[in-house]
Design a protein around this ligand. Structure first.
Ligand code: ADP
Ligand code: MG
Length: 262
């Protein structure tokens, strides 16, 4: 894919990967208009680790879906890696989505009758990757999240944390530069949540830009920057000067015995 500059008039510095200006999203529910986003402007640079916080209904998922090119804004501009997303055809949009962005969801969204490796290989099926290369990339992605010894397990043979790690491996398999995760620890216990955050921190240390939605301050503490949404607007946006290391937090947490005390 060509990484040509879009026709943006914004003075985008080279390291800005996400730039949104005056983003609004209005859903029409019959007669009623729901204003999910009411004018959001912000930029995110390469290598950032951002936690997006805010009450339920404040527009976090709507925002993430627009960033992930899963949904379009009603108004406003979205520049992704210097490309004006609003000007792209549907095919071009799908290309960008597949190659630049990896998604992780709260409910893992794995196919249940499909093994870990097959789940992870899934995004590669849309391209022309030969099956041998698919397999190699799938195994490498699972090894990256510490699941090299679980590749033939089915989701129901894995713990919640392991399932989320399979989902992260699936998000990584196309080598994205950005990971978008919408409440990825929402279904996990506290230790497992920190383990998942450890993986996100490692990926971020290796140059991947991470944006993650959470309503838990303990989870947001692992991010480098914290943005709070309220009523479809950015209410606060600050750097986290006291960022926690998930590895260090884990070292101090009691281990959970495998398989018991659920
Ligand atoms: P959050 O993720 O912060 O909980 P959402 O972005 O999911 O918030 O929702 C923001 C607002 O938009 C809420 O009022 C929600 O009810 C509304 N909303 C979200 N998706 C839709 C939709 N597809 N149709 C109508 N309203 C929606
Ligand atoms: Mg949400």
């Amino acid at each position: 894919m060509s990484a040509e500059r879009g026709t943006t008039s914004l003075p985008a510095s080279n390291s800005v990967v996400i730039d949104v200006q005056h983003l609004t999203k209005t859903y029409q529910l019959g007669e009623v208009e729901v204003h999910a986003l009411r004018g959001v402007s912000l930029s995110i640079h390469h290598g950032e680790f951002v936690a997006i916080m805010g009450a339920s209904g404040s527009g976090k998922s709507t925002f993430m879906n627009i960033l992930g090119c899963l949904d379009k804004p009603t108004k406003g501009q979205y520049i992704l890696d210097h490309i004006d997303v609003g000007s792209l055809s549907r095919d071009a949009l799908a290309q960008i989505r597949n190659h630049k962005i990896g998604f992780v969801f709260q409910g893992f969204n794995l196919l249940s009758r499909t093994s870990a490796i097959e789940n992870v290989e899934l995004p590669l099926l849309y391209g022309e990757t030969p099956s041998k290369v698919r397999k190699e990339k799938g195994v490498a992605a699972l090894e990256r999240v510490g699941l090299g010894d679980r590749i033939h397990h089915y989701p129901n043979q894995l713990s919640g944390g392991q399932q989320q790690r399979v989902a992260i491996a699936r998000a990584l398999v196309n080598d994205p530069s950005i990971i978008l995760a919408d409440e990825p620890t929402g279904n996990l216990d506290s230790r497992t949540s920190v383990e998942v955050m450890e993986i996100f921190q490692q990926l971020n240390d290796n140059g991947i830009t991470v944006l993650l939605v959470t309503h838990e301050p303990d989870i947001a503490d692992f991010a480098k920057r914290q943005i709070v949404f309220r009523d479809g607007k950015v209410k606060a946006d600050k750097m986290n000067s006291d960022r926690k290391s998930a590895s260090k937090v884990l070292a101090k947490m009691p281990a959970i015995d495998e398989e018991d005390n659920e």
